[in-house]
Design a protein around this ligand. Structure first.
Ligand SMILES: Cc1cc2nc3c(=O)[nH]c(=O)nc-3n(C[C@H](O)[C@H](O)[C@H](O)COP(=O)(O)OP(=O)(O)OC[C@H]3O[C@@H](n4cnc5c(N)ncnc54)[C@H](O)[C@@H]3O)c2cc1C
Length: 329
């Protein structure tokens, strides 16, 4: 089902953005959108949706590597491809994540052992409170797991206009996560792995293959990717789960008495994988993903399914799942 905004402004420069923000004729409130791949629009939006079409990629050679600067409106995967084609290491494991460069810095996107904050050097923003441009270093962006200042106290205040990344020409693949090394070895051969002969393009295409087999193609099936965050529970709670459900409960020890449990495992154990309702469902090969299976699901149908999944996980495991997807109403 389609929802509509009262007004949409595509802007092509910082000047056009500033002009839109000051335009009293535009309906309020403002909401800044990227590719729209991690939001659930609950209703028609009464205000103005802003969208960056600032699209450029340039680079500067530094002593420590290569600095690449990209406009917030560049599709994220175009940026990954651009870097891989030039032999630059850094974003290859984040290939094929939907969305745009600006939102990647907002969301602190992550996949296959890499988070974007590890390669960001500066986030350029328009500060709507001070009416000036600011350049924030990663330490100032309060990055955490899929989290940043832009999602918390800076939400609505900072509009990302460009992001700079510190990338490397010297060999630096990140193959330690899950089955990445195995998949790279299968695809590129043991010799290339042992002799450090892989290229960023090769790693990128392995990641693209892994993702294509696991996640719905956003062009064909609507989804917002992982709908829920992985819950972090006290170690005692994990101990109780391990006793109740066997030692096989997957987990990641965060230290300090905290343990992260994969939300996908909890949802799967509640029997949701592959579930199909009238229009909304759960992706067969990744239970973290709620899909608009027919393309006709209303926002409320998606929300109802979200609520049912959360209720069943709470009932079975005593764990409250929190959505990763932002609900906009
Ligand atoms: C199939 C699929 C797979 C996915 N896989 C992953 C994955 O592996 N890892 C991962 O981390 N995420 C993943 N996601 C989630 C999503 O791709 C990311 O969160 C992405 O960064 C969202 O980008 P977007 O441009 O679509 O942002 P939107 O969804 O449009 O917006 C996201 C947030 O950013 C804000 N925002 C957007 N642009 C700006 C700007 N210029 N300035 C300030 N705020 C802004 C919005 O207001 C909103 O709060 C996946 C999503 C899908 C659909």
């Amino acid at each position: 089902m389609k929802v509509k905004a009262a007004c949409l402004v595509d802007y092509y420069s910082i000047e056009e953005l500033v002009e839109a923000l000051g335009n009293v004729g535009l309906p309020r409130p403002f909401f800044h959108i990227g590719g729209g791949s991690n939001i659930l629009l609950m209703n028609d939006f009464p205000g103005t949706v802003l969208h960056s079409c600032i699209r450029f990629i340039d680079h500067t050679r530094l002593e420590s590597g290569v600095s690449v600067r990209a406009g917030a409106g560049v599709p994220w995967d175009d940026f990954c491809l651009w870097c891989a084609e030039r032999g630059l290491w850094g974003p290859e494991n984040l290939s094929m994540i939907p969305g745009e460069v600006g939102a990647a810095a907002v969301q602190n996107i992550g996949a296959y052992g890499r988070e974007v904050c590890e390669i960001i050097s500066t986030v350029e923003c328009f500060d709507t409170e001070q009416h000036t441009m600011v350049a924030l270093r990663p330490e100032e962006c309060a990055y955490g797991y899929r989290d940043s200042i832009f999602k918390n106290e800076g939400k609505g205040r900072y509009i990302v206009t460009a992001v700079s990344f510190n990338l490397r020409e010297e060999y630096s693949p990140e193959l330690g996560y899950g089955n990445v090394l195995e998949a790279v070895t299968r695809s590129c051969g043991q010799f290339a792995v042992h002799e450090h002969m892989l290229t960023p393009s090769q790693v990128r295409s392995v990641i693209v293959n892994i993702r294509s087999g696991k996640l719905p193609d956003p062009v064909k099936v609507g989804s917002a990717g992982s709908f829920f965050r992985n819950p972090v529970v006290p170690a005692e709670k994990y101990g109780q789960l391990a006793r109740d459900f066997g030692e096989t409960v997957p987990h990641y020890d965060l230290g300090g008495g905290k343990v992260k449990i994969p939300a996908a495992w909890l949802i799967d154990r509640c029997g949701w994988k592959g579930y199909r309702g009238a229009n909304a469902g759960v992706w067969d090969s990744q239970p973290l993903v709620i899909v608009n299976a027919t393309g006709n699901a209303s926002p409320q149908e998606i929300k109802d399914l979200e609520d049912r999944i959360r209720a069943s996980v709470l009932e079975k495991f005593g764990i409250e799942l929190m959505p990763e997807v932002e609900h906009v109403s």
